[in-house]
Design a protein around this ligand. Structure first.
Ligand code: NAI
Ligand code: 15L
Length: 270
């Protein structure tokens, strides 16, 4: 089939860089957008999400939008408001004006960060996708807003979105918590592809991770899109557990899904 053209916002970021490498293998042509220059990509649109003229140009003629741009850690409420809340609303307006290509929204585990981690090994159920939201930061709160914005644009304007609550998408898991939340970059590309191509998604919320042996959350809605994860963090487990020890529930950062975002969140540097 002919490559589908998608707008990739946040193309200069960590996940954007990984997806620039992987999504072309799934048949996508990428149009890149970021407020920072994108290395080796002279055609990238370098603009802020609040630049409505740039957004109009960016979404014109695309078959879908993979919306990764935004502040990806905790910050001041004002900065989060500008990039993640206003910026995402402006993107949806441009999408609506363009006739509604589907959006895949990079939501986060931090929408439910204050949920206690389930002891699945002792028989506790996996966390379902409709568990009540318990954001752990202004950052997590902005992702709750993004999911609600997506629902509203579906109900009001018929714009489809898959909100992917990403666990931790990095080349390798780097701590014990991540063994439960890791999404390998290759599985990330598989999930975004499924989210961009599944039929009749309306607004669907999915958990985004690999098929981890130590998973905390349920992947049913992701699999229903056709996502078939191929990776598992388990090969990294012995080394990480030997170095860091098991999670200790007396520590808030170990007891909750959001990890250190619940008490000592990493702060956006800019
Ligand atoms: P990142 O911080 O490396 O990349 C974000 C990119 O967005 C940056 O290149 C930045 O310049 C751009 N950006 C920020 N504000 C912008 C604005 N106002 N206008 C235009 N561009 C703007 O983050 P990463 O790790 O690549 O994450 C990508 C997305 O996925 C983020 O929305 C993040 O919240 C979300 N996410 C990522 C997870 C992960 O494990 N990497 C986990 C959960 C969610
Ligand atoms: C996120 O939402 C962040 O954007 C990412 O940098 C990681 O910290 C990830 O969550 C995580 O919880 O590991």
């Amino acid at each position: 089939p002919a490559p589908r053209t998608i707008l990739l916002t946040g193309a200069a970021g960590g996940l954007g860089t990984l997806m620039r490498g992987l999504l072309p293998q799934h048949g996508y042509d990428l149009r890149l957008f970021d407020v920072r220059p994108v290395p080796d990509a002279p055609d990238a649109i370098v603009a802020d999400l609040n630049d409505t003229a740039a957004l109009r140009e960016a979404v014109h003629g695309v078959d879908g939008v993979l919306h990764l741009a935004g502040i990806s850690l905790e910050s001041t409420f004002d900065k989060i408001l500008e990039s993640n809340i206003r910026g995402t609303q402006r993107l949806y307006e441009a999408v609506r004006e363009a006739g509604g290509p589907r959006v895949v929204f990079a939501s986060s585990n931090h929408t439910i960060g204050y949920t206690p981690r389930p002891h699945v090994e002792d028989g506790a159920p996996l966390v379902p996708v409709d568990t009540p939201r318990r954001p752990d930061t202004f950052y997590g709160l902005s992702k709750c807003f993004g999911e609600d914005l997506a629902q509203y644009y579906w109900d009001e304007h018929g714009i489809e979105t898959v909100s992917v609550r990403i666990g931790s998408c990095f080349p390798e898991p780097t701590d014990v918590r991540m063994l439960s939340l890791w999404m390998s970059p290759a599985d990330g590309a598989r999930l975004f592809d499924a989210a961009l191509t599944a039929e009749h998604v309306g607004h669907t919320v999915v958990h985004g991770s690999s098929a981890n042996t130590r998973a905390w959350w349920d992947l049913t809605t992701a699999r229903a899109l056709g996502y078939a994860p191929q990776d598992d963090s388990e090969p990294y487990a012995a080394k990480l557990l030997a170095a860091q020890g098991p999670l200790d529930d007396t520590l808030p950062a170990h007891h909750h899904i959001g990890g250190r975002f619940v008490d000592d969140p990493p702060i956006w540097p800019h």
